[in-house]
Write a protein that binds this ligand. Structure first.
Ligand code: SF4
Length: 374
């Protein structure tokens, strides 16, 4: 048995430049774009399925806003031809501020996009330059206005915590952003990945210690809450009713088709991952895509349901857990009672959750639960 909501994720890996911290599947060689889109459209056709109404669509990257309106029009045409998007409740496209101009945003609006997610990262132009971003805060403000003018009112902006800047710079970003009519903010901690320019600069001495980052995170949670942006997942904050439906479907163990290099999907009870590089994706034959699959047993899915669900502020429903997996939560995880006694889990009616003041250690709580089910 499983949740029957289906989403679609499409990965567009092209970026005008590599950011100093980037470890995503991204590529600056736009001469590959025509071949990439041909392959993507062939893949979407090959795995088309009109029997499952699509709940949400998310076009991520990379920088989807840099591939041109013609390709984006064609992509939405192909998705509608191959899937049933008639009842989709949310269609998101990731944009970088400098490339989200009026023609681009008009193209998104006419294709039914009702949510854009901007990679803002910081409002401080010096910081943005230092980490290799191509936009300024003013570019973001401009793109944000254009999005609203074409009717896309549901806007997310990403921020990064722990960049090489002062704590005050970070809090300035949080408050500036929260004062705007954004509906959603994501705050991700900087990860230093080997091979990236920021790793070379900061691996030995990161801009902040773990304790400092924890304090900065707590203060950001408080500042955002004061402006009506409530935390609903460890890194995600939204005005009421604007929680990202697409990501919630991942965290609530929903299902998703996935297309493009490095994308991961979960269809029926099979998880699959695509080739991680653009070249690997272009070289793979169509019938080999979606091939690296892993069948997920009911017990594994029960584990995942809890690992993902407890990252949400609302936690998980005990009755849903028993109904889906025919198991009792407290027996399934032998450490759960002790964690509840120690205050790392709270029970409110039918729901179990990690309390707000313990959210920063959610990974350790999940690890303890996970090991107690082995
Ligand atoms: S825009 Fe995103 S995907 Fe592209 S290089 Fe920067 S961090 Fe990587």
């Amino acid at each position: 048995m499983h949740g029957n909501k289906y989403s679609i994720y499409v990965h567009i890996p092209f970026c005008k430049a590599r950011c100093g911290y980037c470890a995503f599947c991204s590529c600056t060689d736009y001469s590959l774009a025509d071949r990439y889109f041909d392959k993507l459209f062939a893949e979407i056709e090959h795995f088309s399925d009109k029997t499952k109404p699509i709940y949400t669509v998310y076009i991520g990257g990379g920088t989807p806003s840099t591939v041109g309106t013609k390709r984006l029009d064609a992509l939405f045409g192909k998705l509608r031809e191959c899937f049933d998007l008639s009842v989709a409740e949310e269609i998101t496209v990731e944009c970088n501020p400098e490339s989200a101009d009026l023609p681009l945003l008009q193209c998104l609006a006419r294709n039914g996009v009702d949510r854009v997610s901007f990679g803002l990262q910081s409002v401080n132009n010096d910081t943005l330059r230092r980490i290799g971003r191509l936009h300024t805060f003013e570019d973001f403000l401009n793109a944000f206005d254009l999005a609203r003018n074409v009717g896309i009112k549901n806007v997310n902006a990403d921020l990064i915590l722990g960049l090489p800047e002062t704590k005050e710079d970070f809090f300035h970003s949080v408050t500036c952003l929260a004062r705007l009519p954004v509906s959603h903010v994501s705050v991700y901690a900087l990860e230093l990945h080997e091979g990236t320019p920021l790793f070379a600069q900061f691996a030995d001495k990161p801009p902040f210690t773990d304790d400092e980052q924890a304090d900065m995170y707590d203060k950001a949670v408080q500042l955002l809450a004061e402006m009506g942006l409530e935390r609903y997942e460890i890194s995600n904050f939204a005005k009421r009713g604007y929680e990202c439906k697409h990501n919630l479907n991942y965290w609530q163990e929903g299902r998703y088709f996935a297309f493009g290099a490095s994308a991961s999907g979960f269809v029926e009870n099979e998880r699959f991952t695509q080739p991680q590089s653009v070249q690997g994706y272009l070289d793979a034959s169509l019938c080999r895509l979606h091939e690296t699959t892993e069948s997920i047993s009911l017990a594994e899915e029960a584990n995942e349901f809890v690992m993902l669900g407890l990252r949400l502020a609302e936690g998980i429903s005990l009755s849903e857990f028993s109904a889906r997996y025919n198991a009792d939560f407290w027996t399934f995880f032998s450490s759960a009672r002790r964690l509840a006694e120690q205050g790392f889990l709270t029970v409110t009616g039918d729901r179990v959750a990690v309390p707000g003041d313990k959210f920063y250690v959610v990974d350790s709580v999940l690890a303890e639960l996970w090991h107690s089910n082995e």
